[in-house]
Design a protein around this ligand. Structure first.
Ligand code: PEP
Length: 250
């Protein structure tokens, strides 16, 4: 059985003071989370603070993005080796905000995935369709294209050391959650697509759901056979809300 995983994506939120109280709140009650592994992804500039506060606890941490380049003249970027310096376990790649607001292509996301793995980080590869794409019946085509970019560059075996997050773009930060069955259908499609190439990898890889997950809908989503936890945006910014989701991990 796959370990369930719940990851908080803080996006561009936080302050030294707020991070301190959020992390204290998480630490106080993390013992109430029985099954899920838990991690948070703060903005880069807070990795030092968050890593110091979380060191020695059951909560892991990671980055929200990584450069596809090695260290050098790339203003504003952060290299995989720098995330490793702060003992990150995970890094999110290909979040839909990066794809849509910063023009990250499937190929660039695949390069970031590769760079993360070469530094022994676990990439959390985000895939998901826009509302227009779902309405046009192109959901599977889009998710397959995003997944295949990584498989083509790195091989299917690389997915065994990664996490996939299915995040329908129309459900991110909108309050519209995919129904548990809609999410399960896409998760099963992703796992099936991987299984066509390697059944062992398909069985192993954790596939998280993301998109307006809350304490009130997490348990039903996480009860689905191919949903192994969640990538949580808005609801990861309050300790009680995030812990309620983590507690729903199966
Ligand atoms: C996300 O940004 O990864 C996300 C799922 O956001 P939210 O939970 O706020 O929809």
């Amino acid at each position: 059985m796959r370990q369930s995983l719940v990851v908080g994506n803080w996006k561009m939120n936080g302050s030294i003071q707020n991070n301190q109280s959020l992390i204290e709140g998480l630490k106080q009650n993390i013992a109430s989370v029985q099954r899920a592994e838990v991690a948070v992804c703060p903005p880069f500039v807070y990795l030092q603070q968050v890593s110091e506060l979380l060191k020695g606890t059951a909560i892991g941490w990671g980055g929200q993005n990584v450069s596809q380049q090695d260290p050098g003249a790339f203003t504003g970027e952060a290299a995989a080796s720098m995330l490793v310096d702060f003992s990150c376990k995970y890094v999110i790649v290909g979040h839909s905000e990066r794809r849509s607001l910063y023009g990250e292509s499937d190929e660039l996301v695949a390069e970031k995935f590769a760079k993360a793995q070469s530094a022994n980080l676990i990439p959390i590869l985000c895939v998901g369709e826009l509302l227009e794409e779902r309405e046009a019946g192109e959901m599977e085509k889009v998710v397959k294209r995003q997944l295949d970019a990584v498989i083509n560059l790195q091989g299917v075996a690389s997915l065994a050391k990664s996490v996939i997050a299915y995040e329908p773009v129309w459900a991110i930060g909108t309050g519209k959650t995919a129904t548990p069955q809609q999410a399960q259908d896409v998760h099963a499609f992703i796992r099936g697509r991987i299984a066509e190439q390697d059944g062992g990898v398909a069985e192993k890889v954790q596939i998280l759901y993301g998109g307006s997950v809350k304490g009130s809908n997490a348990a039903e989503l996480f009860s689905k056979p191919d949903i192994d936890g969640g990538l949580i945006g808005g609801a990861s910014l309050k300790a009680d809300d995030f812990l309620a989701i983590c507690q729903a991990g199966q």
